[in-house]
Every structure is written in C-alpha cells, then in structure tokens.
Write a protein that binds this ligand. Structure first.
Ligand code: 1HN
Length: 361
C-alpha cells in the first residue's frame, strides 16, 4: 500500500486548501489516509498488560465491598481497562473484562441485555447465578454463560465473598450501535427449573429427539472446572504437549460444535511444569486468567510473571511465549469466533515443524 503521494509545493498547497473546503462538505481525500485505513498487518492500539490479583485487584475489590452494596451498584465490578484504551471500558478493541464481587447475603438484581457475558470463577464457592429461571451454583474454575438477552441475577447465600471474572462483548455491541437492555421489576428471578437442569439435559451428549437449537448459544450454562481438568489430564496422559499451546481446549456448544456464544470464544490450557512454548500470534486479542500454577508470558519485549488469579491480555498479532515453572492451568477468552465466521482470523506459529499454513483454503 503506497504512502500519500509526494507532490510539488504548488499542487500540495492547492490540495491543502481544498481539504479545508472538502471537510466543510463532509468529504475527505482517501489518498491521505489509505495506508492507515488498510494496514498491511494488524497494528493493534491495545497494549499488553497484567493485573496482579492478590496484591492489587483484590484489596481494591474488598474496599469497594465496604463502600457500596451489590444492589446499589447493580453490579459491583472493577473494569480491567487496557492502558491504551482508557475510558472505553475495553480490554481489547472488541471485549470488556471486569472482576465482580458479591458478598455474603447480597444479590445482584435481574436484568437482561444484548451483550453476551461469560463468568470465570476466581474465588469463593457456592454463590449462584440464575439464567432465564435456572440457577447454577458456581465454584472456582467454572465457566458460566449468560448468552444475549437472557434474564440474569446473582446471589451469594454462602459465608464467603465470591469473585469472578466477567467477559462481555460490550465494545463490539457499542461499535455496532446495537445495544438494548432492561431491568426486571423483580430483583430475583423465580426459580423455574430444577438445579443444573441444562447440564443434566444437555451435558451428556443426549438431546431430546426433536430438540432444535433456538439460537447460536450453548444450551449449557455451566461448564464445571472438574470436567475441564478431566479432559486436560486425559490429553496429557496420551500425547506430548503442542509446542505452542501445551494442552489447549476450546469450550464448545454441544449442539453445534462451535463456540458456546457466537461473539466470545473461551479456552482452557494446561502448561506442564518447565514447559516453554514456541512463539505464537493470532488476530484475536486474548484475555488470560490464571487458575493454578506460576510462570511467565513474554509478549514482544515485555515479560509478565503470573500466579494464580492474575489476569493478562495479549493484543492482536503480538508474538508471545508462555513458560510455566510448575504445572499451570490458564483460562482465556477472545473474539475468535467472530473473526472465524467472517473469515478474518489468522494465526502464525514460530515452530517450523507445524504441518500446515492456516491461510490456505
Ligand atoms: C452485567 O450484566 C454483569 O450480569 C457484569 O454480572 C458486568 C458489565 C456491563 C454491562 C452489564 C452481570 C456487566 C454487565
């Protein structure tokens, strides 16, 4: 893609003069901005960043717990903002992340919105979320869904604080000017289904014979951590780790084999002790939440050391490697399913033994 043309001073002066008048009429010359509009490779505005849970995030969250109730706040959440996107409530260009606290005895009142949400449970055990009348009890490492336009409220009837990571497609929905939301008249939805109904009904690869998916979202609302660990362990027992990913799984909608929600993809991976990954980059900026273990991730020139409950973000098309000093389990989410559906998604691996080029059709 060529740069803006270099012209002799007379023509340049006349053009500059015209640009002012063009602007008054709602027009602009494409040739001055073509190369920044159609970039030869992604140059993300977002930057790599890490949030230290124990030392930084948790103390602030607990202070919020003293200062405002979950009901007053509607949702008591600290937004994790990308340092390069301040004021935009974005951790990547398309995604939002936050840490939500709900204290014993509290509720977060029922509402619904176009934005899809995932929860990844960080701390505490036994609080519930209700999604369209079904309650599920949440435990650390569980991956819980609130697909778009579902009524949802949360409650903590345990004696411990409960914290989870929220991931939403807020920037994407805002970008498309497609947001609708409403509050329910009742703070708490009546329980209309048996506990864990969706897992019992859809979690065993057995669907009612005439069941058809109503939309693109998974019929499951909770993917429990013990199931994730079982599959990661099974993989580890039978094969060496992938050079880039270690052992990496994607959560799926059992009805379609695709992502559980159409706008957000979610993943969980095991990095065995002393594993050092080969370099990797992909076009989906990705948010990582460490579940277990310690290690570090090198993103470009920057090194981020991490431990349990820490969160970090790798922007689109940034080379990175992961290293684990002990067995580590890491959850992640990104807009990969959106990019895949549109045919945009690309990845590149530094390990030359990788057998195929993802760009070939
Ligand atoms: C929301 O509904 C939740 O339901 C969390 O827990 C975070 C951020 C923005 C908009 C809606 C929740 C949210 C949110």
């Amino acid at each position: 893609m060529s740069e803006a043309p270099t012209l002799d001073p007379t023509r340049r002066a006349r053009l500059q003069q015209m640009y002012g008048s063009l602007s008054d009429h709602g027009m602009a010359p494409l040739w001055e901005s073509l190369h920044s509009l159609v970039k030869p490779t992604p140059r993300s505005q977002t930057v790599p960043a890490k949030w230290d849970y124990a030392r930084v995030v948790r103390p602030f969250l607990m202070e919020c717990g003293d200062l405002i109730t979950a009901k007053e706040a509607e949702r008591r959440v600290l937004i994790l903002e990308n340092p390069a996107l301040r004021g935009s409530a974005s951790i990547t260009r398309s995604l939002y992340a936050g840490l939500q606290l709900i204290l014993p005895g509290e509720i977060a009142p029922a509402h619904r919105h176009v934005q899809s949400a995932l929860r990844f449970i960080v701390e505490g055990k036994g609080a519930y979320t209700s999604v369209n009348g079904e309650r599920t009890i949440m435990k650390p490492g569980d991956f819980v869904l609130t697909p778009n336009w579902r009524w949802h409220d949360h409650g903590n009837e345990t004696s411990e604080p409960m914290v989870w990571l929220d991931g939403l497609d807020i920037p994407l929905v805002l970008f498309l000017d497609a947001s609708f939301a409403e509050r329910s008249t009742a703070d708490t939805q009546p329980v209309q289904k048996p506990a864990d109904d969706s897992r019992l009904q859809f979690g065993n690869n057995l669907f009612p014979v005439d069941w058809k998916p109503g939309d693109k979202n998974s019929p499951l609302i909770n993917y429990p951590y013990e199931r994730s660990c079982e599959t990661l362990d099974a993989m580890r027992r039978k094969q060496p780790p992938d050079l880039v990913h270690g052992y990496k799984l994607r959560y799926v909608n059992p009805a379609t084999g695709k992502s559980p929600m159409p706008t957000i993809g979610a993943f969980i991976q095991l990095l065995p002790a002393h594993f050092k990954s080969a370099g990797y980059r992909s076009t989906d900026g990705t948010v990582y939440a460490v579940v277990e273990g310690e290690g570090r991730t090198v993103i470009g020139e920057q090194t981020f050391t991490w431990g349990p409950k820490d969160i970090f973000v790798v922007p689109s098309w940034h080379w990175h490697t992961h290293e684990a000093s002990e067995d580590a389990v890491i959850f992640s989410f990104s807009d990969r399913p959106v990019q895949e559906d549109l045919g945009f998604w690309r990845e590149e691996r530094a390990d030359t033994s990788y057998p195929y080029d993802t760009r070939s059709t």
